[in-house]
Design a protein around this ligand. Sequence first.
Ligand SMILES: [Zn+2]
Ligand SMILES: [Zn+2]
Length: 381
Amino acid sequence: MAKRDYYEILGIAKDSDERAIKKAYRKLARTHHPDASSESPEVAEKKFKEISEAYEVLADADKRSRYDRFGHKGVDFDGGGFSWDQFSHGADISDLFGQLFGGGQRGGMGDVFGQFFGGGQRGPNNRGDDLRYDITMTLEEAYKGITKEVEIPRDGPCKKCSGSGAAEGGTARTCNTCRGQGMVQRMTRRGFMSTVSTDTCSDCNGTGKSIDKPCSGCKGSGIVSINKKIKLQIPPGADHGFRLRMRGQGSAGPNNGPKGDLYIVVNVKKHEIFQRQDNEIIFDLEISPAQAVIGDSLRVPTLSGNVKLKIPSGTQSGDVLRLKGKGMPDISRPSLVGSQHVRINVKVPKPTGKTRKLWEQLRDLDSEKPSFLDRIMGKFG
Ligand SMILES: [Zn+2]
Ligand SMILES: [Zn+2]
């Protein structure tokens, strides 16, 4: 079967620039990365490898020009086929598949991927797991920022044995299987990749010690699950999806190893009347035709309370009035505050008893001067 065209694989035009190529690859990588894909691992890996091969060529000016002139024959790996060690652009997507929340999935594709691209030179390691905590807040809370004490379950050293894992009178010796590392390296083959993965030593459960009388509190691991109270401080201006990393607030590692990190992920609830776009707030306001024609002075809600809004005479539907400094503060530069944008909608009322007469008078007054329609009819009639 003929090899597919690299441009076609990435779904881009032949004259795409570097940025467009990278963008297309990142988008496809998100879909087909075996960790993220909903396809079977074999299918996802095959596709992921295919797009990565295409990117390897098109992202490199020299390889690309050879490919453009000579097709697949122009690139080195045509004969032997593309292998992962020829892929040199892992850094372009490494941010998409970091090990942010990989604590519970060591040894999965995420890890393999990380090691492959040099992102996760883990080796024998006794660092504790990273933890994730989701916090949901209202837009008002996001505006002001919040301080909140939460209880987060995480691994901590066992108090009963001070983390040694040995019961009173018991002794802990270095585990022979892993020579005290707590981890063993294993060669595995998954789909297209042969890789060395690092697994927890099953003889000592990652503690690196073999214990003749294990502690009853932690079954010899030296680690127990404890609820830790943590004071969360989310600064003003957090947006939906904002992540805060708290170093060393994750789980304790085996063998009194370093703690992992805690990641706080912010969810901001949809607001009843305010819409948010980054630091800008959008507020829809209905006014009457009379207010639109004559103008008015109103009080409107903002995140910092009600404020006066002047509606100029002659305001149209769709006009946007800006309340400077009434938007969201910028999370990294609190002195920078967005605006509230008041989108005007002129609401046409149904005439009733008293107003019907007034509207009729207005209509008849208007009809004394030539209307838009009269002018048009004049042109075409
Ligand atoms: Zn061991
Ligand atoms: Zn213990």
